[in-house]
Design a protein around this ligand. Structure first.
Ligand code: GTP
Ligand code: MG
Length: 195
């Protein structure tokens, strides 16, 4: 699944812009700056693939990347901006709801959580939406290279407790460092089993 080339396909602002549902896809959600684009680059083994699309003004788009002929990787806009205007937040929430509820080929959502910060209230909002949309989601801790081992245990406890409140949560966590490459092969094989 990950042998083929990866390319930026398009940024989507409305359901009508979604590419044909002709292959499976997984999406990546998380607070702004948590490391979504970096993780997609690491998974695809490309340096600036996701970042290339990450120009201001495109931040509210759902960015589609092809990975070989059989998989889409979907970079959802980051949430949790302190000063995003309400109109922007509402537009984004509406599109997200439609996407999560209406995309038949979406196999799993990965909710990225910064290993230094754990699950925040905004993450739980997304998790609640995933529950209501019946989209199985799995939590990916990012930036584990930035956390000392003794601090990591405390965060893992907090994350596991939060996941326990969400029926759509898949219990197994994935610990990643896009910097060091930790967890990337694991995440690839998890995605490969979703076929
Ligand atoms: P938005 O597109 O704004 O929602 O952000 P994003 O979630 O796509 O985050 P992005 O991938 O742009 O990463 C944000 C910053 O975190 C960048 O400076 C990355 O280099 C850094 N970063 C991402 N992953 C890791 C990691 O595993 N370890 C370390 N040390 N830094 C990371
Ligand atoms: Mg990004």
């Amino acid at each position: 699944l990950f042998a083929g080339q990866s390319e930026f396909l398009k940024g989507v602002v409305a359901m009508s812009g979604l590419p044909a549902a002709d292959r499976m896809e997984v999406c990546f959600a998380g607070r702004s700056n948590v490391g979504k684009s970096t993780l997609i680059n690491a998974l695809t083994g490309t340096k600036a693939l996701a970042r290339a699309s990450n120009t201001p003004g495109r931040t509210q788009e759902i960015n589609y990347f092809t990975q070989g002929p059989d998989l889409y990787l979907v970079d959802l806009p980051g949430y949790g901006y302190a000063n995003a205007p309400l109109s922007v937040v509402e537009k984004w929430q509406r599109l997200l709801k439609q996407y999560l509820g209406g995309r038949s080929t979406l196999r799993r959502a990965f909710v990225l959580v910064d290993a230094r910060h754990g699950v925040k209230a905004v993450d739980e909002e997304i998790m609640g939406l995933l529950d209501r949309s019946a989209v199985t989601f799995q939590c990916v801790l990012t930036k584990v290279d930035k956390v000392k081992e003794k601090d990591l245990d405390r965060v893992l406890d907090q994350v596991r407790r939060a996941l326990g409140r969400h029926p759509a949560a898949y219990p197994e966590l994935v610990l990643t460092s896009s910097e060091k490459g930790d967890g990337i092969a694991t995440l690839r094989s998890i995605i490969a089993t979703l076929e």
